[in-house]
Structure formats: structure tokens, C-alpha cells
Design a protein around this ligand. Structure first.
Ligand code: C5P
Length: 401
């Protein structure tokens, strides 16, 4: 959820500021890039140097930066626009009130007013301040702006009193934001089936017919789908790839027949299915029970057709948005369109073997996305991870249309 996200952490002057060191660590560990902007009084509670070291970015305190005899300007607009997410923690009653009223007398507040991203705030104050109607009014107003409050927790307070007002623990802040972001993800609640990799068709106990597919495209599609909120079943032929991502259930298969069975087991329940596997079209008719011995002359292996998994899913399709891949060498667009119709697909992703950098064994791919209305969109050569994002954007725009 936080992987690659740019997070602007605004720290204001409360004792809970010391906990933000852990918050920065947790966010960085989760893959986020963190920049810290803090008020002058926050600097009395936690050292800017500690936060700069943990975040691996300079900590911003003021509009004006004086360093080594030179003066520079910390651009609050750039800072606000840089962020994918802004978290204000701890948020004191003073800063909440200023945020609610558009006061802009420090860099943190200016960055807040410039930020176009989602803003979360985690109040921290004494119990009576937390309960005060004026604080409540500030928090309500901020929520009416679309900012999201991470409620304070109950416990011992710096004053020695016991009650509501402690800043939420860093782990809880992370969990809260994760859950909140997940609510708005475009594939939230969707089930997705993806096939990936090659299939191996046994000749005898030690040999098989296979192909050079690495499975990368399918694995990237699965990772992106899970990051977009989906529950994914990834039916994968033999590959060296692993899948650590939450939300992806990996079902390993070997042959096309096994892939066929795994897909049909899940297909009824899914909303979207993408067949990116390079399925062998033929398999040996007989699988020798023991290793075939060398003999004089040629060896003939008779092959029989494997089921076309994608076509069989197209025949069974009810509510599912079904996407296939087409790897073509000639007459690419026409062949891909033909496949789209024959297999009853909602869209097909064409990659041409004529394009350098596209297809098997490459870390990049160049695709053309064609939907059933024959809307065609050609993309540049990109990494397979970027291609996966493009494919999902296209699918999402059609399922939500
Ligand atoms: O017809 P062709 O094999 O070119 O179609 C490619 C598409 O069909 C891909 O999406 C591939 O995953 C799928 N396919 C399949 N089962 C097969 C052959 C291809 O699901 N036996």
C-alpha cells in the first residue's frame, strides 16, 4: 500500500512527536519515501536531525533555509504537490485550529494548504483539550474538507491524567491509513483470476515440451491487482518467480490440463480473468512410464491438442470481464481482433514479436490494448510492471464505465 508512495509527514509541537521517529521507520520500511516538515515547537520534542537521518531527507522547518552562509527558499507549493499523502501527527489543538481556519503562519500549514493529496491528521492533546467544543469544531471542519482524522487513543497522558487524547500508536496510524486507502481502491471487493508462465507437457518422467515464457507479465498483473485492492488467484505454470504479495493466492500447476482444471475451479466466482500464460497447444499423446531410451534412427512423438483454456472460459462467461493475450508475428491487429471475437473476450492485449523488447524473456513489453468495441490503444515500450499498470487502468475504466 505504501510502496513507492511519497509521504509528507507534518509534525507539530506535542510530546507525542517523539513517536514519529517510529512512524518514519515504519513508513520507510513499507516502501514509502518520507519528507518531514515540522513546526518550530515540534523541534523541542524531537530532534530534526533524528528525523532527517531516519527519513534520508532534509527536515524542513521554515520558509527560509540558512545553510553555510547561503539563504534558500523552501517551496511549500512544490512540497504540497510532491506528496501522494500528507500525515499530520501529532496534530495539536493549535495546529488543528489553524488548519481549519486557513491560517498559514508556518511552512507546515502552507504545505497543508498547497497539498492536493489525501490528508490524515492524528490529534494528540490533553483529555480536556480533546473534548473542548472548539477542538471538536476544528476536527469536524477538517473532516468536512475531506481530511481524515485518525482518532486519539485512551490512556495515560503527559499531564499524568488518564483519558482520551493520546496520539494513536505509529503501528495503529499505519493500519488505519492502510484500511482507509483500501476502502477507495478501484478493485476493492473484486476477485481476479490470472494465468501466468509456460506449461510443461510430459514426454516421460524426466522430459517435457515447454516454452520460454518466464511468467513475469502475469506475476506483475497479479501484484498490481492486489495493490489495487483485488483478491487474486494466480494460476502459474512452472517458473522461478515467487509471490510474496498479500492478496495473491498462488496455485502452481505444471501442464495445460492442470491449468485448465484450476481455472475452471475458480472461474465462476471471479469478476475479472486474464489469461497471460503461454499454454502449450499440444501435448504428447502417450506419456512414457519410464525414461525413453536412445535408439537407432528417429523418434516420433505423436501430439494431441490441449484444451484452449481461454476459449473454454469465454464459452462459460457470465459476468466476468475476460482478457486474453495475443503474441503475433504477422497481420497482428487482424489476428488479435479475430481471437478476441472467437474466444468471446472483452479485451485482448497484443504484443508483437516484431517489436524489439516485447514478449518472452524480456523485462519490457510493448502492447496494444483492444476491447470488444474495437477501441484500440497502442502503448510505448515500457517495463512489464508499468505495462501491468496500463492494462489495469484500461480494464478498470471499462468495468466502472
Ligand atoms: O490462440 P492463442 O494461443 O494465440 O491465444 C493466446 C491466448 O489464449 C492467451 O491469452 C493464452 O493465455 C490463451 N490460451 C489458453 N489456452 C491455450 C492456448 C492459449 O488459455 N491452450
Amino acid at each position: 500500500m505504501f510502496q513507492g508512495k511519497r509521504i509528507l509527514l507534518g509534525i507539530t509541537g506535542g510530546i507525542a512527536a517523539y513517536k514519529t521517529t517510529f512512524l518514519v521507520r515504519l513508513l520507510s520500511k513499507a516502501g514509502a519515501e518520507v519528507k518531514v516538515v515540522m513546526t518550530q515547537s515540534a523541534g523541542s520534542f524531537v530532534s530534526p536531525l533524528t528525523l532527517a537521518t531516519l527519513s534520508k531527507n532534509p527536515v524542513l522547518l521554515d520558509f527560509v533555509n540558512e545553510e553555510d552562509g547561503s539563504i534558500s527558499w523552501n517551496n511549500h507549493v512544490e512540497l504540497g504537490l510532491w506528496a501522494d499523502l500528507m500525515i499530520i501527527a501529532p496534530a495539536t489543538a493549535n495546529t488543528l485550529s489553524k488548519m481549519a481556519n486557513g491560517v498559514c503562519d508556518n511552512l507546515l500549514l502552507a504545505a497543508y494548504l498547497s497539498a492536493k493529496c489525501p490528508v490524515y491528521f492524528a490529534p494528540a492533546m490533553d483529555l480536556d483539550m480533546y473534548k473542548h467544543p472548539s477542538t471538536k469544531a476544528s476536527m469536524d471542519k477538517l473532516e468536512s474538507f475531506g481530511n481524515v482524522m485518525i482518532p486519539a487513543e485512551t490512556g495515560e497522558l503527559a499531564s499524568g491524567l488518564h483519558g482520551e487524547g493520546r496520539m494513536a500508536e505509529p503501528e495503529n496510524i499505519i493500519e488505519f491509513i492502510k484500511r482507509d486507502l483500501a476502502k477507495n481502491l478501484p478493485l476493492k471487493g473484486k476477485k481476479v483470476l490470472i494465468t501466468a508462465g509456460p506449461t510443461h507437457e510430459a514426454i516421460d518422467p524426466v522430459r517435457f515440451l515447454g516454452n520460454r515464457s518466464t511468467g513475469t507479465m502475469g506475476y506483475e498483473l497479479a501484484k498490481k491487482a492486489a495493490a489495487l485492492g483485488a483478491n487474486v488467484i494466480l494460476v502459474s505454470g512452472p517458473t522461478h518467480l515467487t509471490m510474496e504479495q498479500d492478496g495473491v493466492l498462488l496455485a502452481r500447476v505444471t501442464s495445460a490440463q492442470e491449468m485448465y482444471e484450476a481455472c475452471h475451479k475458480h472461474f465462476q466466482d471471479v469478476d475479472i480473468a486474464i489469461a497471460s500464460a503461454a499454454v502449450a497447444d499440444y501435448r504428447p499423446k502417450e506419456v512414457a512410464k519410464s525414461k525413453i531410451k536412445k535408439q537407432e534412427g528417429d523418434l516420433h512423438i505423436q501430439l494431441e491438442r490441449n484444451p484452449d483454456i481461454l476459449k473454454s472460459l469465454g464459452e462459460k462467461k457470465t459476468k466476468q470481464f475476460l482478457v486474453g493475450f495475443a503474441l503475433e508475428t504477422d497481420n497482428e491487429l487482424e489476428n488479435a481482433k479475430g481471437k478476441l471475437q472467437r474466444k468471446n473476450l472483452d479485451a485482448i492485449v497484443l504484443n508483437s514479436l516484431n517489436d524489439g523488447g516485447a514478449g518472452f524473456g524480456q523485462s519490457t513489453n510493448k502492447i496494444t490494448f483492444i476491447d470488444k468495441n474495437l477501441d484500440i490503444k497502442a502503448f510505448e515500450l515500457k517495463t512489464k510492471s508499468e505495462v501491468a499498470s496500463d492494462i489495469w487502468k484500461e480494464i478498470i475504466s471499462r468495468i466502472h464505465a
